[in-house]
Design a protein. Structure first.
Ligand SMILES: *Cc1c(COP(=O)(O)O)cnc(C)c1O
Ligand code: SF4
Length: 350
């Protein structure tokens, strides 16, 4: 994953303007002030590095990267904290396990133009940035050659032209990287371009940023979504109710006010959310902030992530147990991606 150079330039400029200590830090400043050093991580969480299974080689392969608001929700002194385990570079990542590969979904073969991943009927996935506010250890794109696929200005023209020439496409999905690490100005430009394409009806944004950096949900972002004639959908990525504090709730409330459909996608992760009570609490916490659970994903067979894996049998049992205690609208669809399939494969009932 690349380090998002262009973003850092914007941050630096912003820091100069916002150096007044009495004001809260802008989201750009927060995004340039991530925790990337395991020693600092341990200090902030009152943990002894010996309690954690940190591996230098795992850190080098996919660096530690976490926002301070997310870190603040972790329980101090708990080496098994479910939020911490999602970002901790652990020695378990270094094991080579048969059946786990660097490109488990064979995504590298489905790109009509740089920055585009065209996999789904009627929907087009655009990847406008390689940058994320966090590095999730389970990420299926952790080995992805992002830097090769992030369009410059010329490639944007190609992607937009492809969209214009493909009337069967009615929805654009912004994924990444995390599209909400882009500036409001950049998003407004992109939205303007998309709105000028007559056959497009929906814009969908997949993002973990409202969880990682709730201040990113600025009035300008809300206004952009509110004013768009496209139907806007935001799919949050949250895996645990403890990720969702009052700040996140306030951000989701701002997004709700724009009329955007709010959904959530989770990954089922061993040792993090693989029990019924935790999943039920997540669904209820999401609904309390106007978000409906959409997908519960089995992890992909990505090299370095086998220790998070939950078997299909266990996942089906958890899903059935969840259905038994929650109203149907709070039960996410259990799904997995399979290479070569044009969409997700649903498992279980409903
Ligand atoms: C599954 C998925 C999609 C598209 O699939 P839908 O069934 O249309 O939701 C797009 N982006 C991401 C990141 C996904 O996981
Ligand atoms: S935010 Fe999404 S794309 Fe970025 S590291 Fe996490 S799972 Fe991967």
């Amino acid at each position: 994953m690349s380090s998002g150079q262009c973003l850092l330039v914007e941050c630096t400029m912003h820091d100069v303007l916002a150096s007044d200590n009495s004001r809260p830090l802008s989201w750009q400043s927060q995004l340039s002030d991530l925790v990337t050093d395991p020693v600092e991580l341990c200090r902030l969480l009152a943990l002894d590095p010996d309690d954690l299974d940190i591996a230098a080689a795992a850190l080098k392969a996919f660096p530690l990267r976490v926002t301070r608001p997310f870190l603040a929700r972790m329980e101090k002194g708990n080496p098994r904290d479910p939020l911490l385990l999602q970002v901790l570079p652990s020695a378990a990542e270094l094991l080579a396990i048969p059946g786990y590969s660097e490109d488990p979904l064979a995504e590298n073969s489905s790109r009509p133009a740089a920055g585009i991943l065209h996999k789904y009927a009627g929907r087009l996935l655009l990847m406008p940035t390689s940058s994320c506010a966090v590095h999730c250890r389970y990420c299926f794109r952790r080995h992805f050659p992002y830097a090769d696929h992030i369009p410059g200005k010329a490639a944007w023209a190609d992607s937009l032209e492809y969209l214009r020439q493909t009337p069967s496409l009615c929805e654009v999905i912004l994924s990444g990287g995390d599209p909400l690490t882009l500036s409001d100005r950049h998003l407004q430009w992109l939205l303007g371009e998309l709105e000028a394409i007559p056959h497009l009806r929906r814009l969908r944004i997949h993002t973990r940023v409202p969880v990682m950096l709730p201040d990113r949900v600025t009035p300008a972002l809300s206004e952009t979504l509110d004013k768009s004639h496209l139907e806007t959908v935001l799919v949050l990525h949250s895996n645990h109710a403890r990720e969702l504090d009052g700040e996140v709730a306030a951000a989701m409330k701002r997004l709700h006010a724009t009329g955007t459909t709010l959904l959530n996608q989770s990954v089922l992760l061993r040792g993090i959310n693989d029990d019924v009570a935790t999943l039920a609490r997540l669904s209820e916490a999401l609904h309390a902030m106007h978000v409906l659970p959409y997908y519960l994903h089995l992890p992909d067979k990505t090299a370095g992530t086998a220790h998070f894996d939950v078997s299909e049998k266990e996942a089906l049992a958890l899903h059935a147990a969840l259905q038994a205690i929650l109203p149907g609208y709070l039960v996410p669809r259990l799904a997995r991606e399979e290479p070569g399939h044009p969409g997700k494969t649903l498992l279980g009932h409903g």
